[in-house]
Design a protein around this ligand. Structure first.
Ligand code: C5P
Length: 243
């Protein structure tokens, strides 16, 4: 099969698995189809360097989903280290504020200059999907509509020089309108037509997300838990078709 490079660039595979062997098997079978492998806290806290080295060995992009959130000085140093460690993508919480996001951009820039490679994609997490309007109202007592607040944070992320944000594909279009077409949107909650919903609520098909402006699609269990991850991935390419 000829790989559609435009689709490949958009595919971010979430390696949310328990064991290193499982992660390695997924990388081995899927790397020709995956632009970027995402390592989250589950795998990173167990097999940090081993899994990073394995992905880097395949010449694939590597997304360290660390969601940094600390004082600017700490985030600057940590961002530098994340990039020195080989990450092409990483993320921080937008609720850390403008200065913290600017610090992340500075740290990452310094590291990419040291390495002589292009600056990484730095994404801001606006509001976690686990934060509902009830949490805003009753726990945080923040008087704002949760999705308006997410847009406000996206604008702040843009001002800080971040590459883009993590957001539902149902919001991608509004974010692009508010922050501009070049501001990247990475969308989780992607399910092909044929796949189980798992615990995700605000879902979209890959095609829908791309039509709404998604630059990157996080794909996890629809592929990783499929009987044949490779076949599932090929079906996703077919479903997306030409872009
Ligand atoms: O496709 P699947 O539901 O398995 O993907 C889950 C991945 O997407 C996880 O790695 C999770 O961290 C990430 N994610 C999410 N919802 C968000 C942000 C990220 O599910 N709002």
């Amino acid at each position: 099969m000829n790989i559609n490079e435009k689709i490949k660039e958009k595919i971010v595979l979430a390696l949310d698995v328990e064991e290193l062997e499982e992660a390695k098997n997924l990388v081995d079978s899927l790397y020709p189809y995956v632009g970027t492998f995402k390592v989250g806290l589950q795998l990173y806290t167990k097999y940090g360097n081993e899994v990073i080295n394995y992905i880097s060995g395949k010449n694939s992009n590597f997304f360290l989903d660390v969601k940094l959130h600390d004082i600017p000085n700490t985030v600057e140093k940590a961002s530098e280290n994340v990039v020195l460690r080989g990450a092409n993508f990483f993320n921080v919480h937008a609720t850390g504020g403008l200065k913290m996001m600017e610090a992340a951009v500075r740290g990452a820039k310094k590291a990419s200059e040291t390495l002589g490679k292009k600056a990484p994609v730095i994404l801001a997490v606006t509001m976690l999907t686990s934060i509902s309007q009830e949490v805003m109202d009753d726990e945080f007592e923040i008087k704002a509509d949760v999705s308006e607040f997410a847009i406000r944070l996206a604008k702040l992320a843009k001002k800080a020089g971040m590459t883009g944000v993590v957001a539902s594909s149902l919001e991608a279009r509004r974010i692009k309108e508010a922050c501009g077409a070049d501001f990247k949107v990475l969308c989780p909650g992607i399910r092909p037509e044929w796949s189980a919903k798992d615990d995700q609520k605000r879902l979209a098909t890959p095609k829908f997300a791309i039509n709404e402006g998604a630059d990157y699609l996080v794909i996890g269990r629809a592929v990783t838990k499929a009987e044949s991850p490779l076949e599932a991935m090929k079906k996703i390419y077919d479903e997306i078709g030409e872009i």
